[in-house]
Write a protein that binds this ligand. Sequence first.
Ligand code: UDP
Length: 324
Amino acid sequence: MPKILVTGGAGYIGSHTCHVLAENGYDVVVVDNLSRGYQHNVPRERLRVLSLSETSELARIMVEERVDAVVHFAAYIAVGESAAEPELYFSNNVGGSLSLFAAMHEAGVRKLVFSSTAAVYGTPESVPIPESAPYAPVSVYGESKVMVEKILAWLDELRGLRSVCLRYFNACGAAWQAGLGEEHEPETHLIPLLIRAIETGKPITLFGNDYPTPDGTCIRDYIHVMDLARAHVTALEYLLAGGTSDRFNCGTGKGHSVLEVLRAVEEISGRKVPYVWGARRAGDPAELVANSSRLQRKLGWAPQNAELTGIVTSAWKYTTRRSD
Ligand code: UDP
């Protein structure tokens, strides 16, 4: 089986993808500096604790391990933090990627699946958003991902590096049976924060109830992290079979409002979520929903866990470690 190097494999989506890769018989080596990821997400023998800035060491690992392809997650992901520390985000997300691509060139590895984001579109003109929508990021985080996508387009032409960029919508849920789930510090995402509010009794602030949506709260496309993980494996198989570079949206095509998600958490937990209303969060568009039909049509991928209740149940089980 092909050997796959996964950067950021100790993080949330990376660890779930490693799990699915291993389930499908792939040999996996993880490179992670554990600055945001967790050692317990990766079997010790698979992990190389290393920063992406270490180009020669990365190239050495690729040659020594006979790596066939790379899945690249390692990046900072907090939109708010990216506004406070833009240099850090450009340096880590763009600089780290450049170092990785240089190492791949040195080692002769020419296939890559890249973890991109719906944030490349900013505030879209219409939803559902197709891949042909223009780049219009409204955050440093989104811009850093656009920059890497553009670099990859050049490297395709100049270096023969074939890549698939997967633009995720709202990743959530957990493979709780495998001990994997969402763990960010600080946590900024809706579902873990709703669960945390129940657990701590401290109210979550809901950002705005005056959006032009049916209940006034923002609508997002929540996609199960295991469906995302499977999309990476599908993209990898496509590249390993000789596929050309491409980019795909990765969502369910269904939108849910903040209040709908809150009600789902209440229903599954059987508890009330304490919350207060706050102002709109800067840069939050009213509605973000994916048109993922290209990914379905071209690569045959379809979400298997698109129901919000199933997604929330898995997140709840991971957090509360309940097994029933
Ligand atoms: N949200 C909220 N309170 C929070 C965190 C998020 O009301 O403490 C809302 C946010 O405004 C957005 C939705 O929940 O409409 C999803 O936000 P999240 O940060 O999970 O993902 P994003 O859409 O920013 O990628």
